[in-house]
Write a protein that binds this ligand. Structure first.
Ligand code: NAP
Length: 461
């Protein structure tokens, strides 16, 4: 009876997870999607606690307390730190799968219940779980900049990595043939942990988001294997949904950067550029908030291109004021959204939605680019890599091939940032030196606020 109830609860959880993914794919239903996901997970936990096999709740309480101690501060990080927070969650997911697999291995070996099928599932679970753990920790360290963000490369790197993975698979196969070879099991764990580190070390720069979602996919797949080990159907379906959605997101991001999967994983992207001869002395033209206000007021079409700097300075509410002021004057204002602007997919959408900018004013990169030539002003707010024209023509640039928003094609480009410092990819941006670009040096929030004041006709400063 209880067993049937548990199965029913699991079925409802699965349905909620699927609906959650469906709803989250549209901004209008995204909130509902989040609630459905939370509800599905809460039901899954309740169903599992009802499980007749559970006889000892002590360790569960310990795990809940530890989870809450780690989880509550993690839920409070700033939006700009969400990628590294997500990487940490994946690390925990991988750790959980790896530990469960390890515990089950030793338990079943002792009880003589380790069939080949179980051993196969455990091997997949611990390889994926432990490589997700170390890979995600390295990714989180790079994103938090406690580790060098550049790719760390050495000779024959791919060969070494593949050999290591090959050895891990051979060890796993030996264990499946004879699960009793207990000495080999720790070897498998060490190989998986090492492989995770080596896999992520050579990746850096703008490729980190793709890697994070790929690690998400690995964590999901290790949960699938864990589902087979634990004979838990919900883990299998939830893990499969997680694994598939992570993979789909990685593919979408690769497309957004015009890169192949193999290139992201093995191309050591984001490496420091080789010095290319003498450095040209170029100067950028600076303008004031007053100049910008005048240019914007006289424009009929304005495209605002937000980036990471808008998020850092939390300028979105000022940007909303600017939008209102210009819209009042009959200026057609639209927002060009680059798929990897900011530090996580959908970052700009979330901030602009928070500031209540009408959703129909947001235009995806592919739709706005053909119209950039007709824009009177492109206003770049704290964006850098996503508007760097080098991506279109400079074969030596680490961002070559990444589609960009064509801010340089507008009649005038205004760019707000604090200095001439580079963005995430660490490279100079020729847009700032272009004849039709005017730099507005300052913090995004303060600068947009000043422009709004000048639009009001006030003195501003
Ligand atoms: P970006 O290339 O990182 O450039 C952001 C710019 O904002 C910087 O040049 C910085 O210049 C400026 N800035 C920082 N703080 C500011 C402030 N308070 N006020 C005004 N400006 C400020 O940003 P992006 O163009 O949005 O490109 C995103 C990059 O991150 C891409 O390379 C992307 O691949 C990568 N990435 C994306 C994701 C994702 O999923 N979206 C995740 C991880 C990485 P100053 O220092 O001179 O002010």
């Amino acid at each position: 009876m209880i067993d049937q109830l548990v199965q029913l609860i699991y079925l409802i959880s699965t349905a909620l997870f699927i609906l959650s993914l469906q709803w989250m794919s549209d901004p209008k239903t995204a909130r509902r999607g989040v609630f459905a996901g939370v509800g599905g997970m809460a039901l899954a936990v309740v169903g599992t606690l009802l499980h007749p096999q559970i006889v000892n709740f002590n360790w569960i309480v310990v795990a809940l307390v530890l989870g809450a101690i780690a989880g509550i501060p993690l839920s409070k990080v700033a939006l700009t730190a969400v990628p590294q927070r997500t990487a940490l969650s994946h690390a925990f997911g991988g750790l959980a799968a790896g530990l469960v697999g390890t515990a089950k291995y030793y338990l079943w070996v002792q009880q003589g219940q380790l069939t080949r099928f179980r051993m196969g599932a455990i091997a997949i679970e611990v390889i994926l779980g432990f490589m997700t753990l170390t890979g995600s920790l390295i990714a989180a360290g790079k994103l938090q900049e406690v580790l060098p963000t550049r790719p760390i490369t050495y000779r024959n790197q791919n060969l070494i990595n593949f050999t290591l993975l090959g050895v891990a698979l051979v060890v796993a196969a030996l264990l499946v043939v004879d699960p009793g070879r207990a000495l080999l099991f720790p070897v498998l764990l060490v190989l998986a942990l090492t492989f995770g580190v080596l896999l992520v070390l050579p990746i850096g720069g703008a490729d980190m988001p793709t890697v994070i979602s790929l690690l998400n996919s690995y964590a999901g797949l290790s949960a699938v294997a864990m589902g087979f080990v634990m004979e838990n159907k919900l883990l299998i379906t939830a893990g499969a949904l997680d694994g598939a959605s992570g993979l789909i997101l990685s593919i979408v991001m690769c497309k957004a950067m015009n890169r192949s999967f193999g290139n992201v994983l093995f191309g050591a992207f984001g490496q420091v550029q080789a010095a290319t001869g003498a450095v040209e002395q170029r100067t950028a033209k600076a303008a004031t908030a007053e100049d910008a206000a005048q240019l914007l007021e006289n424009a009929s079409r304005v495209v605002i291109i937000p980036g990471y700097g808008m998020a850092v300075s939390q300028a979105q509410h000022r940007v909303h004021d600017l939008y209102e002021e210009l819209a009042k004057r009959g200026v057609d204002v639209r927002f060009a959204i680059h798929p990897v602007a900011g530090r996580m997919p959908g970052h700009m959408n979330v901030l602009l939605a928070e500031a209540e900018i009408p959703y129909d004013r947001l235009v995806e990169m592919d739709d706005i680019n053909p119209e950039m030539g007709q824009a009177d002003v492109a206003l770049v707010i704290g964006a850098n890599d996503v508007v760097n024209p080098a991506a279109r023509h400079d074969k030596n640039s680490p961002i070559f091939g990444m589609p960009i928003i064509d801010a340089d094609k507008a009649k005038i480009c205004l760019a707000i940032k604090r200095s001439m410092n580079p963005g995430f990819a660490g490279i100079e941006n020729e847009l700032y030196f272009a004849d039709n670009t005017l730099m507005l040096f300052g913090d995004a929030k303060g600068m947009v606020g000043d422009i709004v004041k000048h639009l009001h006709g006030g003195s501003g400063h």
